[in-house]
Design a protein around this ligand. Structure first.
Ligand code: HMG
Ligand code: MG
Length: 314
């Protein structure tokens, strides 16, 4: 074990998208902008900044055009956004983005709940959309959701995930995202899934998007790391969730993943202290506690240090 650790891992921060899409209150656009600026300053190499979806479905990201325009080009940081269809692509292109993700699910019920289509209908749309995205000069990830289980149907066949991933690659997707949307996967399950996906997709084109509902996300990431996967999604503070996956928690907290990777000698290029400060800042802005235990531990240490300093000064 741990004989195949990579030297470096690339983390895509999805808090501004997966996190803020799930907040019950609309987060003001200037707060979103400051959040993304702080993430850039903390050294996040890739940030998913928003979604060009119907604002009636996802009201929290109704300011996608403004956020897209502001952060389409950030020197030293890749920025990307979700697009479900041609209308979304128009928005992303108008903003000037260079990378997008199309998304669908490996179960019929979640696909219908999330994007109002059957899997077959979605694939027909993507068969046209993905080549259009490529012709426009953008990179495109094909994100496949509910790969470890569906909130409506339960178990999901890994063969279904492989089949969809291969189809999206054939249409021209440049990467494949694998989403444990409900956060129910376990390390052995993730290994078995990747053992089937890697030979078809290639480990360098896979990005793992883990939610942390059962607290297994870091363990799942380590299992994937052992198999050579080096691209991961996470969100600071453990923000996030899919509005169409009832009961699911946020993404694996970025600070927990970074702490684990750095502790194992794997580089991320991320400044953990600046990241934790960003987590503390966005938690204050949102006005409710975030689930991350890494963030809780950091804030606890900070309070103790302040108490010590006050005691020493008095
Ligand atoms: P629909 O109602 O079937 O779409 O929704 P439609 O094509 O029939 O159009 C209906 C209306 O929507 C029209 O407006 C369109 O203009 C408008 P109207 O004429 O009624 O005023 N519309 C749009 N507006 C803005 N932007 C667009 C757009 N497209 C159509 N792109 C649709 C289909 C996909 C649009 C809808 O279901 C939708 O927006 N769903 C959003 C789902 C979503 O964002 N879910 C959360 C993200 S996915 C996730 O979190 C999982 C992930 O994290 C990975 C993981 O965890 O596994 C990525
Ligand atoms: Mg997600």
């Amino acid at each position: 074990m741990f004989e195949n650790l990579p030297e470096k891992v690339t983390i895509r921060e999805v808090g501004p998208r997966d996190g803020l899409q799930n907040e019950s209150q609309f987060i003001a656009t200037p707060v979103k902008k400051e959040f993304i600026r702080r993430l850039v300053a903390a050294g996040l190499p890739h940030i998913e900044i928003t979604s060009f979806v119907n604002p009636k479905w996802i009201p929290g990201l109704a300011d996608c055009a403004e956020i897209g325009k502001e952060f389409a080009q950030v020197p030293g940081t890749v920025t990307s956004a979700l697009v479900p269809n041609a209308k979304g692509l128009e928005g992303a292109k108008a903003a000037g983005l260079k990378e997008v993700s199309v998304f669908m699910s490996a179960s019929e019920s979640h696909n219908k709940a999330n994007i109002n289509k059957s899997i077959a209908e979605t694939l027909r749309i993507f068969e046209e959309l993905i080549p259009q995205i490529r012709q426009a000069g953008l990179a495109v990830e094909g994100m496949v959701s509910v790969v470890c289980g569906c909130p409506y149907e339960g178990a999901v066949e890994p063969r279904k995930v492989v089949e969809i991933a291969k189809t999206l690659l054939r249409y021209g997707a440049t990467a494949i995202g694998l989403g444990d949307t409900v956060g129910v996967g376990t390390p052995l399950q993730v290994k078995r899934l990747l053992d089937m996906v890697i030979p078809e997709v290639g480990k360098d084109r896979i990005r793992l998007h883990l939610h942390d509902t059962q607290g297994t996300a870091v363990a799942n990431a380590v299992a994937a790391l052992e198999l050579g996967v080096t691209h991961f999604d996470s969100s600071v503070g453990g923000l996030g969730g899919c509005p169409y996956a009832p009961g699911a928690s946020g993404n694996v907290p970025t600070e927990n993943l970074v702490y684990t990777l750095h502790g194992m000698g794997v580089k991320t290029g991320i400044d953990l202290h600046a990241l934790l400060e960003t987590g503390a800042w966005i938690q204050d802005q949102l006005g409710h506690p975030l689930p991350s235990n890494g963030l809780k531990a950091y804030l606890g240490r900070k309070v103790r240090a302040e108490q010590k300093a006050t005691a020493a000064a008095s």
